[in-house]
Design a protein. Structure first.
Length: 320
């Protein structure tokens, strides 16, 4: 009787241990790969799960947990960062540089990540290093330093395709550092200084050019305005002289009409009179000089002598 009771207790204890041994609580964003007698059976997801103890067993995987790589039973399905160790690579123009990068990766298929590759993070980082070395070897130093985004995209594309069969997705790759040798950095600094000085000279020359253009435009516009003003002044002066001539002609016409009327329509006598008057006006200009002698042309004597006859004609014409 005592033996049966002891056996019952043993069975109950074994049952309790067996049941609790089969329960697994899986956290959110984690999974566990289960094998039955060495063969894949199922994948436990978040929540409470139960397996058959001593028959089903968990499969471990080399993966990152708490920032460190190691053997894990619970596979973290969140996106993680893998640091690619720095390495020396040679560019196409034979410059040796030190470069390192980081990858943002995420396990999408835990079964493939467990069975398709022995060391998933190690293989991924080695693949990233060799791919990066190949990409840099096809580029010159200046292109490498100025084409980070291009290198990141090419590296991400190659790694994402290659790791797809491992159940891993590479979402982003970023170059951390590109370090040329010290002498190359010194040469680059000198080149940048020379380039800045060249730009300063170009900007100064461009400013001088613009200033000269503006100054010449101003002088040109000034000359145009001055010429336009001279032109308008000449036009106004010509218009004034024309109006003066018109008024003088009109006055002379009135005078001729009056003289002709006074001479009873004798046009010949009128012409002789006006000629004599004009001659006397010009003669007055001859006598305004500083000299004490005045030479008169021979024709002037006849003209002046005829003034008396013209006066008599005026008197006779008026008397009639």
């Amino acid at each position: 009787m005592e033996g049966a009771t002891f056996l019952t207790v043993i069975v109950l204890l074994f049952s309790v241990v067996f049941i609790f041994k089969g329960f697994y609580v899986v956290q959110q964003s984690e999974v566990i790969v289960i094998e039955r007698l060495g063969k894949y059976r199922t994948t436990l997801t978040s929540g409470i799960n139960w397996i058959i103890p001593f028959i089903d067993a968990t499969r471990q995987l080399i993966w990152q947990r708490a920032g460190r790589l190691g053997m894990v039973t619970k596979i973290d399905m969140r996106e993680m960062v893998l640091d690619i160790d720095e390495q020396s690579v040679i560019t196409r123009d034979n410059v040796k540089i030190v470069i390192d990068a980081i990858m943002y990766v995420q396990i999408t298929d835990p079964v493939k990540a467990t069975y398709e590759i022995a060391n998933l993070p190690g293989a991924t980082m080695q693949l990233a290093q060799t791919t990066l070395r190949s990409l840099i070897g096809e580029m010159e130093l200046d292109q490498t330093l100025s084409s980070r985004d291009d290198i990141n995209n090419k590296l991400k594309t190659v790694l994402d395709v290659a790791t797809d069969k491992w159940g891993l997705k590479v979402s982003r790759v970023e170059l951390k550092n590109i370090s040329p040798p010290g002498e190359v950095q010194a040469a680059m600094e000198k080149q940048m200084q020379a380039e800045r000085e060249r730009r300063a000279v170009v900007l100064k020359a461009e400013g001088d050019k613009q200033a000269r253009i503006a100054r010449s435009e101003g002088e040109r516009q000034e000359k145009i305005n001055q010429a336009q003003g001279d032109k308008e002044a000449l036009v106004l002066r010509a218009d004034g002289e024309a109006q003066a001539i018109e008024k003088v002609a009109a006055a002379q016409s009135i005078a001729i009409d009056k003289v002709t009327g006074s001479l009873n329509g004798n046009h010949d006598l009128c012409i002789r009179y006006l000629t004599a008057v004009n001659y006397l006006e010009k003669f007055g200009e001859f006598t305004q000089g500083e000299g004490d002698k005045v030479f008169l042309p021979y024709e002037a004597v006849g003209t002046l002598g005829s003034l008396g006859a013209i006066s008599e004609l005026f008197k006779s014409g008026i008397a009639k």
